[in-house]
Design a protein around this ligand. Structure first.
Ligand SMILES: [Zn+2]
Ligand SMILES: [Zn+2]
Length: 412
């Protein structure tokens, strides 16, 4: 019923298109296969209508499926919450503490980040999850985490059913002979007439579903503990990365600052209560956040601005010496480039001989950076000019003393 309500409540039915993506298709297939096979196996192994145990087993099984799907669809369709287009802080003097998103034409509220897949600035963005084909952020953090908790629990129950069904079936086949197809060895119906014979295909299906259930338990279970850590520390994966870069920046320039992460409220319980409330709706509007003592509202965004400036100073300019078409694993750029392609969904950028690139990070055979457009500026997120490219297609620009680059460094 709850699920139905959350379906009908959508102001935006176009959100249904989120289902047409490999992530939700695979996730929903796994949920369907495991649930259907578990229900069929339960009928064989523990007939639900003859005993209290059988009924409880069956009701619990249905319950897992409903709760898993409910939280899954909530995480997908309620979404993370987006910063309103054109948003700016109430006090105009606060604008200087915030980054500006050209795509959303809005200031980036504290803790929000622009997601290229969603093409919006996402409130308290943690990451873009391909399995729900949406971002995990402020509004869906609760349902997303509950899904990550319930899916492994449901899978463990299902795996137990698969194992017990296969065990009892095999045991009795061996005891009574393989030819005796017409036996039903469910615990409660041992002495009654058979319902359906458990054939080889049913056995194979149970084995297949068992593999899926165990795989899901391990993979999703790990994701649950990652999210639990995020919630208890009130620090998203992106913010952990910003904090790490802050330490690195402070150490590099020996500025003597100390960076205190502002949103960790000091107690795990307080942090937990920010996400899990009795109403089911997380605390706050997603734009303003309570901060711990000694920090101000903009402690983190100011740090982000410093890092952005530092990145421009510390990045290195490269000139393209070889055209590159933007392929993930380019065949013509050498075997090492081919095999060491970065394992990320970040885009590749096309290169034309003579173009200039501002590289911000690099691997041995690949680099990541922005194209420098005519007029001198680099591009904002959302355009096709930022991404990975093979290192062998570019060479470092050499400057005389006194260029922008060296001046920038001297200036610090
Ligand atoms: Zn944006
Ligand atoms: Zn996203």
């Amino acid at each position: 019923m709850g699920m139905l309500c959350s379906f009908i409540r959508f102001e935006n039915l176009h959100e249904l298109k989120r289902l047409c993506h490999w992530g939700p298709i695979i996730a929903l297939s796994v949920i369907t296969i495991c649930s259907v096979v578990a229900i069929i196996d339960s009928i064989f192994w523990y007939w639900p209508l003859d005993s209290a145990g059988g009924s409880v087993n069956f009701i619990m099984l249905i319950n897992w499926t409903v709760m898993i799907l409910y939280n899954y669809f909530n995480a997908m369709f309620i979404g993370p919450g987006y910063v309103p287009l054109g948003w700016k802080p109430e006090k105009p003097e606060d604008m200087m503490f915030l980054q500006y998103c050209k795509v959303c034409e809005a200031y980036k509220a504290p803790r929000s980040h622009h997601c290229r897949k969603c093409n919006r600035c996402v409130m308290k963005m943690d990451h873009h999850c391909p399995w729900i084909n949406n971002c995990c952020g402020h509004r869906n953090h609760t349902s997303f985490t509950l899904f990550l908790l319930l899916a492994p629990l449901g899978c463990i129950h299902a795996a137990y059913i698969f194992i017990m069904t296969m065990y009892t079936q095999l045991y009795h086949r061996i005891s009574f002979g393989w030819s005796s197809v017409k036996i039903d060895m469910s615990l409660a119906r041992r002495d009654l007439s058979p319902v359906i014979p458990f054939g080889l295909s049913a056995f194979a299906a149970s084995l297949f579903a068992l593999g899926m259930a165990l795989g899901t338990t391990i993979a999703v279970g790990m994701l649950f503990f990652i999210q639990l850590r995020v919630i208890l520390r009130n620090k998203t994966s992106i913010e952990s990365w910003i904090e790490e870069k802050a330490k690195d920046r402070i150490q590099y320039y020996q500025t003597g600052e100390t960076f205190i992460f502002p949103y960790n409220l000091g107690s795990k319980w307080k942090n937990f209560r920010q996400v899990f409330t009795w109403t089911g709706i997380p605390e706050g509007d997603g734009l303003t956040w309570p901060v711990r003592e000694g920090c101000c509202w903009y402690s983190l965004t100011v740090e982000q601005l410093k890092q952005k400036k530092d990145k421009q100073v510390r990045s290195v300019q490269y000139r393209v010496i070889e055209n590159y078409g933007g392929a993930c694993c380019p065949v013509t750029k050498g075997i090492k480039t081919f095999f060491t392609t970065p394992c990320s969904e970040e885009p590749r950028i096309e290169l034309q001989k003579g173009e200039l690139i501002l590289a911000t990070r690099g691997l041995k055979h690949w680099m990541y950076g922005d194209k420098i457009l005519e007029g001198g500026g680099t591009t904002e997120a959302g355009t096709k000019n930022r991404g990975w490219f093979p290192r062998r297609c570019v060479e470092k620009c050499v400057y005389d003393n006194g260029t922008d680059q060296t001046e920038g460094k001297k200036g610090r």
